[in-house]
Structure formats: structure tokens, C-alpha cells
Design a protein around this ligand. Sequence first.
Ligand code: NAD
Length: 429
Amino acid sequence: MNITIIGTGYVGLVTGACFAELGNDVTCVDIDKRKIDLLKQGKSPIYEPGIEDLIRRNATARRLHFTTNLTTAIKASKVIFIAVGTPSLEDGRADLSQVEAAAEAIGAALGHYAVIVNKSTVPIGTSDLVARRIREHYKGEFDVVSNPEFLREGSALSDFMQPDRVVIGDGSERARTTMKVLYDQLDAPLLFTDVKTAEMIKYASNAFLATQISYINSVAKICEAVGADVTLVANGMRLDKRIGRRAFLDAGVGYGGSCFPKDVRALIRIAHENDVHFDILDAVEATNTYQKLSVIPKLKAALGTLNGKRITLWGLAFKPRTDDIREAPALTIARSLHEFGAHIKAFDPVAEKLAKEQLPYLTTAPDPLEAVKGADALVVVTEWNEFSAIDPVKIAKAMRGKVVVDGRNALDPTACKKAGLTYIGIGRP
Ligand code: NAD
């Protein structure tokens, strides 16, 4: 099938490369010329394991193309995906300006029937808005379909190729048939719904996952007060089939990234606009805001003052296996430590460059052990696998102080204590 993808961010690029891998002819379009130039050279503008190989293989096979020119891209396209950003506005609503601009550009360039697929996460009713914007410029036939994306950065390729489900909110029988042909290539349950339901499934899913995180972080606080271990509590909960083995119950320094924070805020706004009191979500957001800073009182209690102290952050990305730092807890923690007069050194395998753009006072090191050299305290902010593989004896030797605040419960507390470190986890006795 001939496909155009508008937006080559984390979602658009993965969607484009994966559909090409499945044998489709895909053109990815972006208004950012820098990104398109990089992609044309076989380089990925984002860090995502495996993406560069996939891009190169499919570009060489002439199934994957990159351009800034939407008009030529969509000339023969049967399906056009919108995968542009929908960041938060100040009041929490989703900013739809990129979606509207993409829809208008489609309308201006379209000259044949096509299925327009909204993959961006958008408020309920946005598909109608997209259709209106297209119709302002194009009077012919087309359909707008909602097809929310559930991939996780860091495992995006396998999530796309082996999804738990594919949700398709379709506008017509014709669009449904096209989408079915496209996704039949994947071995995944297809859930067909009306458009608004599909849009709602995405927000309801993300907000529910975020709720699990804030829930376990509150449980962790009680665990700290009473001397229980939240990691074991979570294991015990997961064995309940109604909760599930993959439930989001890892206590830590809170959720970040480009989805959960903005999607929780957007659903709160959607609820308000519809006179629904979704108090749970207000609490989820407030809990997460406090949780991001929960390491600060732990550090203060252990170090006395933060002023002049050398603090090392392990991890800057909002989660491992990505370079995405949007709303990452590390940024909030670093800003707070800086305000308290601490000197911050950090190590992250892939996110340092982006983080330094936002935190000019941040110094970095070439490896995790170099980063802790002479530190008064270490804070684990992102649970990259390589951190838990480091011998705590080496950490203790390199540091000036002894304090380790494990914001992701990623290290072995017993091994840390044995190495002479003062281990402080989240919800661990
Ligand atoms: P992103 O910011 O990484 O990428 C968006 C891209 O769209 C950018 O490259 C930008 O230059 C481009 N763009 C903007 N307007 C354009 C236009 N008019 N024409 C062409 N290109 C344009 O965003 P993302 O993280 O890929 O997210 C995209 C959408 O998918 C969002 O709605 C997000 O909520 C949703 N989503 C993201 C994830 C994720 O893990 N990142 C997962 C599921 C859903």
C-alpha cells in the first residue's frame, strides 16, 4: 500500500519504518528540514533501539522515503497518517495547532480519495475538526479515521510490530476495509469502534497507567512510614490476576515523558468541559508533582544541607532506552538541586546533549563511575540496566560521601549496604 506519514517524531518515524518493513511504500514528511536531511543520510534524529537499521534497510530497498514536500508525497497515497505533536497548552488542553496545520496541508494537496488516519493523541471530537479543515480546501471524497498509538519509547519497534491491540475508530465501510488490509499484516487483535470511542480509549488507557504509578507511589510513602517494602508489596499485588503481572506498580520518582503528563492534564480538561468531576486524576497529577521532588528531602535528611554539595544523577531521560527528556523527573530534580546550591554532575547514555540544552549548569561524565567520582551523593533517576550491573564497591570507592538515593529502586540495597553505602530507596525500609 502507498502510505504517507506526516511527522517524523517518535511515533511517525516508527510507524513509517515499520509499515515499510511490512512491504508498504512509505513516504515520511516533516516540516523540520534538519530531521529530513538526517533521515535521508540514514541517520535517526531520535534514539530508539533498532530504528536506524530499519530506516537504512527500507530506504535501500526503496520502500521508505523522506521529504519536506507533502504535495508530492501524497500524490499516490491511499492512506495518510497524521503523527504530529499535541503538547499541553498552559491550561492543560491539548494544543491542536500542529494537527490542524497538517489537516489543512492535506486538504490543499489532496486530489483523490484517501483515508486520513489520526495517530496523534487528540481530544474527543478532533477527527471532526480534521475533516472540517481538510474540507475547507478539498471538496472531493475522503474519510477520517482515529488510530491511536500505544507504543512505548525504548521498545517502540516491537510494540508496533506486536501490539496488544490495534484500535481503529472508523468513519465508513470503505475506510474500515482499507485499515483492515493495512493492519492484517500484524498478528494483533483489531478493535473497531466509532471515532470518538477510539479517541477516548487512548486517554483512558494512559490516564489509568499514570494512576497506577501515583497509586503505588502513595503506597510507597506508607511503606516508608511503617517499615514495609513497596517492591514486595507490588509483587504481591501483581500476582492477583485482576491486577496483572504487567501492572504499572514500580514505585519511583514519578512519571514523565511526552505522553502521561500531558494526557492526564488533557483528560482532566475534557472532564471539566463536560461537567464531570474526575477527582482521581487531579490527585494523580498532584501526587506525581510531589513525587518528582521526593528525593530532595531524602537528600537533605542524609546530607544536612545541599548547598555546595556534589550530587550525581544517574539517568536524565524520562525512562531507559530513550533520549526523550520531555517532562523528565531528572529535569525537575536538577533544577531544584541547583536552586539549593548543589553542584550537579550527570551520566546518561543518550540524553545528555538534550538535557544540557535545558540545564546549562549541568556537567556530565563519560561513564557512570566517572560521574560519581568525588560525589557526596548519588541519585538514580532513570533505571538504565547498566546502572544495576555496576558493583557497589566501585561506587563506594569513587564517591567522597556515602549516600545513594535510588529513585527507581534499581540497585541491590543489601549489596550497597555491604559496600558501606547509605542506601535510601523509594518505599523500601
Ligand atoms: P514529536 O514531537 O516527537 O514529533 C512530531 C513531529 O511532527 C515533529 O518532527 C514535527 O516537526 C512534525 N510536524 C509538526 N507539524 C507538522 C506538519 N504540519 N507537517 C509535517 N510535520 C510536522 O511527537 P511524538 O512523540 O512522535 O508524538 C506524536 C503524537 O503521538 C502525539 O500526539 C503523542 O501524544 C502521540 N503519542 C506519542 C507516543 C510517544 O511515546 N512519543 C506514544 C503514543 C502516542
